[in-house]
Design a binder for this molecule. Structure first.
Ligand SMILES: [Zn+2]
Length: 146
């Protein structure tokens, strides 16, 4: 099954999802993340798109949104785990979240997520847990197990 067929099947399933995805599903668009109104989607062609207003027009995601969207796709849909951006060899662990990709915000201060409390996705690394000092290098080491 190609990614296109797989994403198409996942879209069909998303319409029947009991959670927020059921309400956010659009024909030809797999919901990845809800910003409480705007939604990030994956198309069968592999593009990440979003809207800025609920039910507003879709636009291409910017690079950070695309990274974040692919990480959510890999997390929400195990069949799409291979879409998670691979960690480059020279990537550095994110200082804000110490590699967790999530933060706990408590009394106005952000700290690495402790694994139990509610969390927000880390904006410093687009939830990947690492940042790449040199963008676009060709030395990419697939590292899906972390
Ligand atoms: Zn981070």
């Amino acid at each position: 099954m190609t990614d296109e067929e797989l994403i198409g099947r996942l879209i069909d399933e998303a319409f029947r999802a009991p959670d927020w995805r059921g309400g956010a599903a659009r024909r030809g668009h797999l919901p990845l993340f809800s910003y409480w109104g705007p939604v990030l989607y994956l198309t069968p062609a592999g593009d990440v798109v979003r809207n800025d207003d609920e039910d507003g027009p879709l636009r291409p995601a910017d690079p950070g949104e695309r990274t974040f969207g692919l990480a959510r796709a890999a997390e929400l849909y195990p069949e799409l785990a291979h879409l998670r951006p691979p960690r480059p060899r020279h990537a550095v662990t994110c200082e804000q979240c110490r590699g967790r990709g999530r933060l706990t915000v408590s009394q106005g201060r952000a700290a690495p997520w402790d694994g139990t409390r509610s969390f927000v996705f880390c904006p410093g690394c687009d939830s990947l847990g690492w940042t790449s000092p040199a963008e676009g290098g060709d030395e990419r080491a697939p590292d899906h197990g972390r």
